[in-house]
Design a binder for this molecule. Structure first.
Ligand code: ATP
Length: 302
């Protein structure tokens, strides 16, 4: 796997205050990489440094082998992104907006414009005026715009901000498609933890400007093989004869840690001892639970 973006001991000091503290990690081609952190953690500042909107106090950011510090133009040539809201001409059509933008970049062909329209799924509405677009469609037009110069790295700060669930899903699906089909590195930041869980391959957790952890989302959520299940049964059901499982009795049921394979056997055991089952529910840890757990641990240790 090739590195698309490398952060090496990146630090940012503003007015004597360390906003970003020694961040080091690598983002690979073809992956969706998320920045996750509470408000004020430093996500936007990190993104602004990567896209060259803000200087780096110390350390290095290398994009596709080019150092942002001394090979700025070559490095930034590989980057597309929507950091602030993209400017659109509302009274022009989506297509006209793309044409306007394309004029500023050398060598953009009509075929290229059609390709990006197809990629973001706006073909049916591209000849309608932007003022008739939903927020999600405007976001996708912004995405199309930043795809025109074929960037190897796409950076989006809070891409799902303000979108409804359908809009979030659209953006998410398109970003995943871009990373997988075009081998693009996609960097997103969000405070919507459940969104990050669905969208990203890996996430970096940032708190108070420091990197707490970089984890594969799948490992992060399902770190343990065993999952917790809630089984609703009658209060006072006779559980004495159930052995070989570690469970906790709670109101209206039990909580039990099981591997998926064990679930049918466990249910069978309960049924065979005459216990009536009303519901079996997976209470697995979401990314949000794990995130809160990790950041809380950090606060406690600080
Ligand atoms: N130009 C600036 N001058 C002073 N402080 C700044 C400046 N830019 C950012 N900060 C501070 O740096 C910290 C990190 O801000 P940043 O916007 O990067 O966080 P964030 O993780 O993106 O937060 P949010 O989720 O709220 O957008 C905050 O405490 C912020 O107040």
């Amino acid at each position: 796997m090739n590195a698309a973006v490398e952060l090496k001991n990146v630090t940012k000091v503003i007015k004597g205050k360390k906003i970003i503290d020694n961040l080091t990690f690598t983002i690979n081609e073809g992956e969706v990489f998320g920045f996750l952190g509470p408000n004020g953690a430093g996500k936007t500042t990190t993104i602004r440094m990567i896209v060259g909107l803000m200087g780096i106090t110390s350390g290095d950011i290398v994009i596709c082998g080019k150092n942002v510090k001394n090979e700025y133009e070559e490095a930034l040539r590989n980057v597309g992104g929507i950091v602030e809201n993209p400017e659109m001409y509302k009274f022009l059509t989506g297509y006209q907006n793309l044409m306007q933008y394309a004029r500023m970049i050398k060598g953009i062909t009509k075929e290229k414009i059609n390709e990006v329209i197809e990629l973001v799924g706006l073909k049916d509405r591209i000849n309608d005026k932007v003022k008739t677009y939903s927020l999600g469609m405007r976001q996708r037009l912004g995405l199309a715009q930043s795809l025109l110069h074929d960037p190897k790295v796409m950076i989006l700060d809070e891409p799902t901000n303000g979108l409804d669930p359908a809009g979030i899903r659209e953006i998410r699906d398109h970003l995943r498609k871009l990373s997988k089909e075009k081998g693009m590195a996609v960097i997103v930041s969000s405070h919507l933890l459940s969104e990050m869980e669905m969208m990203c391959d890996r996430i970096a957790i940032i708190q108070k400007g420091k990197l707490i952890d970089v984890q594969n989302v799948h490992d992060f959520v399902y770190e343990d093989q065993k999952q917790k299940y809630f089984v609703e049964i009658d209060n006072g059901a006779a559980l004495e004869s159930i052995s070989g499982y570690s469970f906790t009795q709670i109101e209206h049921g039990i909580e039990v840690e099981l591997e998926k394979e064990q679930v049918p056997d466990f249910i069978q055991t309960l049924v065979s001892t005459g216990i009536r089952i009303y519901e079996v529910k997976l209470v697995s840890k979401s990314l949000e639970d794990r995130f809160l757990e990790i950041t809380k641990e950090e606060v406690t240790h600080a």
